[in-house]
Design a protein around this ligand. Structure first.
Ligand code: SF4
Ligand code: SF4
Ligand code: SF4
Ligand code: FES
Length: 951
């Protein structure tokens, strides 16, 4: 159904040469391949339509859009008839009106215009077409066979399907196929019997539907509609903002009534999502007003004390006094802070500024440490910039798509839909993943090569692919000679061409048959535009940085960087991972990835901030934990990160948190980390503040306030308050002023401002004098560092080995409906699809252990033990088990170890040697966890400080 302010040209835009024709006597010029319907819209007219919409290919079923074309017999459908030079079209005549009226009267006989009270009233396309044609009732009467009594399917928690309002236009079916790529819907039957069915005629909830909402978006009536819209009625305004879940960074119109969100409609102008969305961004926003939200600042002396609700001022003063006391007692370096990849750029910038300028230390780090820090290292060293090289649109020009260690259909669903569309158009696909992820085989998509490598052997695999490229003469010699440093390239070439790096020699290590590796390497190197997309399956390893170097080497060697359709593209996990890194959240870098040891950079920031900055890098998160345990690190300000759930080796993390004398947590909920806190600053959701997020394609997009902060202050305002209490003045009246400061200090952001963002919609950095409107594709002509640099990537097996005691490898990931630690999605109906973390185990390993689906399984590693329910599946290979970490008490990170990437300390989440045995009861850790959880919730309730119900 129509979103607020949406115009629909009827059919998609075309790209051909210009064609001039006449429509109702007026000349119009459009690209060849354009439909008459779209040409008429371009000329300012509107031909009535029902089965057409400009996001879907024309279908030509409703026959409402008929026109007359001079010299042609009959009345062609304007949606399926393409323009031709000199064509003369008439869109209005008595005959046309009569024909259209007849069609609409037929529709109305089965869909009476009882519009009053219908949620689509005034926004229904049938209603509008009928009104234009003067149809108010049907001459055929309403007594005959009809669908008026067909029951409504309200099984899906977010939307309903009312067949009595369906006009069988099949827009929903085509949206599911063409936009989403799930193929969950069909029109069953013919003629009057035609009806929409999900999967094998199942309720939506039980079908293959993934609740992306594309079908609702395309439905011209209220047959498919969001439940809140049906209940709350039409919104009164729309605010353009950006999704706060994953790194795709979808743009939405938040449609609001008063201060309540009625629905989130993906923006057609959104350059990251082009009008599409997934179940999280479109529907799972209810956490923002969940009763668990804490909306009052709180303090306590000991973590065993009840929380005491206080004013913001008291909370700031208490935290500041504690930080100053601790610094006086234990030294300036005994404190630090963590920025959040969930919060805005401006908020991350302020937290690192507070740590460096107000606390006088570089002890600041970010949760990107535990996901994509190797990306920063690897891409900076090889290409010169710590970011992906392309815009998402670029994938539509790729010929070969190589997905490594990423599961886009679950982790980055909107981009996955775009990728699948390109694959259906004929692009070829290589997937390197230990699991048979959905992309390997899904409707109308099949990988040409699936390389099911053993977890932990990425570098061996990339070396064997490079070996094939080098030894089979597939290097793009001209590109390398022109664009890369010759000596490091030669060193790399000599290294990878050694027989020990051949696919045959490394098959034993990777578990991937050599012929598959050779086939994949040849395809990537010779198949046209080759684009690599990778995720945490690349970075979260002891050799994560080496693998990123290896990926960049391969792309440079084959000439696959520096134009559309190619590139090296990290798929970022959280909404603002890219941004939090850009903003100077790492202990060794100021905003724009400039090292703190650089005197001129320090002088620039020092002058702006009125302080002397320290030249030595501060502590990384794991070092902070070590220092807390050895007694030299005593206080931490954590904005929007739940380390007690998300970081590896939970027991080590919680021991470190317990050793702190002052832990300040700023969050929406009493998360796992907050259970060890002494001060709680209530956080604000993305709906409650202004700011910007930067997505995986370096796209900076505005976040706009839809409602007032429930706790009275947005996160950036709380950081300002804390800084002031520390005696460091920060003066901002709006986040746009923080962005102005970032732009003053950061060469890649000098051209960014809120005004420009409002004008352009979004901007991909670098944005400066050289690129005033931003940079969709990087490294065109030359690399940011000048010449690209190859690195030798020796494979060093992880020390985390399987043995008799721990014979299986555990690897971790995520699912579509839950997000990260689950704090948001667990508080929405998304849990109906995934209500607990499970352990995937191969049938052979399950049989050896007498384990069946649904059994409780004790999973033990060198770090700890937890208990999960089993799912026996061939998605995992023998010897490998898999789980997610969306639920705190499943304790997935109780078993992951502290092994980490050699260069960046990114944890090796993807490789843990474990044993799995059938058990009957929770682990000791789980029992302790539940007790502590109860105790902490009691302390919250007992103090009467629990969140007031926000509404
Ligand atoms: S919600 Fe998405 S996946 Fe489900 S039927 Fe509609 S288009 Fe298909
Ligand atoms: S549900 Fe809506 S989009 Fe689908 S066929 Fe019916 S009217 Fe058309
Ligand atoms: S794909 Fe990512 S950014 Fe887009 S709606 Fe889904 S969660 Fe949000
Ligand atoms: S809109 Fe053209 S046939 Fe339906």
């Amino acid at each position: 159904m129509f979103a607020i302010n949406r115009k629909d040209a009827g059919t998609p835009a075309a790209q051909g040469e210009s064609v001039t024709l006449s429509i109702d006597g007026a000349e119009v010029t459009v690209p060849a391949g354009t439909s008459i319907m779209r040409a008429a819209a371009a000329a300012g007219g509107a031909i009535p339509k029902l089965c057409a919409t400009d996001t879907l290919k024309a279908f030509g079923s409703c026959r409402v859009c008929l026109v007359e074309v001079e010299g042609q017999r009959g009345f062609p459908a304007s949606c399926t008839t393409l323009v031709a030079p000199g064509m003369k079209v008439k869109t209005e005549s008595d005959k046309l009106r009569q024909l259209r009226k007849g069609v609409v009267e037929l529709y109305v006989s089965d869909h009476p215009l009882n519009c009053k009270g219908c949620p689509a009233d005034t926004h229904c396309e049938l209603q509008s077409v009928a009104a234009d044609l003067g149809v108010t009732t049907s001459p055929y009467g309403f007594e005959g066979a009809n669908h008026q009594a067909a029951p409504c399917d309200d099984s899906n928690p977010y939307f309903q399907f009312d067949p009595s309002l369906c006009i069988a236009c099949s827009r929903c079916v085509r949206a599911c196929d063409e936009v989403q790529g799930t193929f969950a819907l069909t029109i069953e039957g013919r003629g009057f019997e035609s009806r929409v069915v999900a999967s094998q005629d199942e309720p939506f909830l039980e079908s293959e539907c993934v609740s992306c909402g594309a079908c609702i978006e395309s439905c011209p009536t209220a047959a498919l509609i969001e439940k809140p819209l049906a209940i709350m009625g039409r919104p009164d305004k729309a605010v353009t903002t950006t999704c706060a879940y994953c790194g795709v960074g979808c743009s939405f119109e938040a449609e609001v009534k008063g201060e309540e969100v009625v629905r989130m409609v993906p923006s057609r102008d959104g350059k990251a999502n082009r009008g599409h969305a997934c179940v999280k961004g479109r529907f799972a926003y209810g956490y923002a007003t969940h009763a668990d939200r804490i909306t009052t600042p709180m303090i306590r002396k000991q973590v065993t004390d009840p929380w005491q609700p206080v004013s913001w001022d008291e909370a700031f003063k208490y935290a500041a006094a504690e930080f100053r006391r601790i610094q006086a007692q234990y030294g300036r370096e005994s404190v630090g802070g963590i920025t959040s990849s969930r919060c805005t750029n401006e908020e991350s910038f302020l937290v690192q500024k507070l740590v460096r300028a107000a606390l006088g230390t570089n002890n600041v780090d970010t949760c990107a440490r535990v996901c994509h820090s190797p990306t920063g290292y690897g891409l900076k060293h090889t290409l010169g910039e710590s970011a992906g090289t392309q815009a998402f649109d670029s994938v539509m020009k790729s010929d070969v798509i190589f997905v490594i260690g990423a599961n886009p259909t679950d982790g980055h669903p909107v981009f996955a839909s775009r990728m699948k569309r390109r694959l259906r158009e004929g692009a070829r696909l290589i997937v390197a993943d230990p699991r048979a992820i959905d992309l390997v085989r899904s409707p109308h998509v099949q990988a040409d090569f699936h390389l099911p490598l053993r977890p932990g052997t990425n570098v061996a695999l990339i070396n064997s692919i490079a070996h094939v490229v080098v030894t089979e003469g597939l290097v793009n010699e001209a590109y390398v000679a022109e664009r890369c440093e010759p000596a490091p390239f030669q060193k790399w070439r000599d290294f990878v061409s050694q027989p020990r790096n051949s696919p045959e020699a490394l098959a034993e290590v990777t578990g991937v048959p050599a012929d598959l590796v050779r086939g994949a390497a040849r395809l990537y190197a010779t198949g046209g535009n080759g684009a690599i997309y990778y995720g945490l399956g690349v970075t979260e390893h002891s050799q994560g940085s080496t693998m990123v170097l290896g990926i960049a080497n391969l792309a440079m060697a084959t000439g696959n960087i520096g134009r559309e359709g190619v590139g090296v593209n990290p798929l970022r996990g959280q909404n603002n991972v890219q941004g939090s890194c850009d903003m100077g959240s790492f202990p060794h870098e100021l905003a724009g990835y400039r090292h703190v040891s650089d005197a001129s950079t320090r002088a620039l920031f020092g002058a702006e901030w009125g302080v002397q900055l320290e030249p030595e890098p501060g502590l990384r998160i794991p070092n902070m934990f070590e220092a807390a345990l050895d007694g030299s690190f005593k206080a931490m300000y954590v904005q929007g990160e739940d380390m007690a759930q998300s970081d590896p080796n939970t027991q080590h993390v919680t021991a470190a948190l317990s050793a702190l004398e002052c832990l300040v947590v700023q969050d929406l909920f009493l998360n796992e980390t907050a259970k060890y806190a002494h001060v709680f600053f209530p956080g604000s959701s993305f709906l409650e503040k202004d700011g910007t997020f930067t997505n995986a394609e370096r796209r900076i997009s505005r976040v706009r306030k839809v409602m007032q902060p429930l706790a009275g202050l947005a996160d950036w305002e709380a950081t300002v308050g804390f800084a002031r209490a520390l005696g460091y003045e920060m003066n901002y009246s709006h986040p746009s002023e923080i962005m102005d400061e970032i732009a003053r200090l950061t060469p890649t952001f000098t051209g960014v401002s809120y005004d420009k963002l409002d004008r352009l919609g979004s901007i991909q950095w670098p944005c400066n004098d050289a690129a005033p409107d931003g940079t969709p594709t990087m490294h065109i002509g030359e690399f940011v560092r000048g010449k690209g640099r190859f690195y030798v990537t020796e494979y060093v097996p992880t020390s985390e080995r399987v043995n008799v005691r721990f014979p299986l490898i555990l690897t971790t990931g995520r699912v579509l409906t839950q997000y990260n630690v689950g704090a948001q999605t667990r508080r929405t109906p998304n849990s109906q699809w995934y209500e607990e973390d499970v352990l995937e185990i191969h049938p052979q390993d399950a049989e050896d252990r007498g384990i069946g689906t649904g059994d409780w399984v004790g999973v033990t590693s060198r770090a700890g033990e937890t208990v999960l329910r089993a799912t026996v599946t061939e998605r995992v290979q023998p010897g490998v088990v898999y789980t997610t970490f969306h639920f705190p008490d499943s304790g997935a990170n109780v078993i992951t170890t502290e092994n980490s990437d050699w260069a960046t300390n990114c944890p090796e989440y993807k490789v843990t040697a474990v044993q799995a045995v059938k058990v009957q009861r929770p682990s000791d850790w789980q029992r302790r966890f539940r007790e502590q959880n109860e105790q902490q919730l009691g302390l919250l309730r007992g103090a009467g400080a629990h969140a007031r119900s926000p509404r």
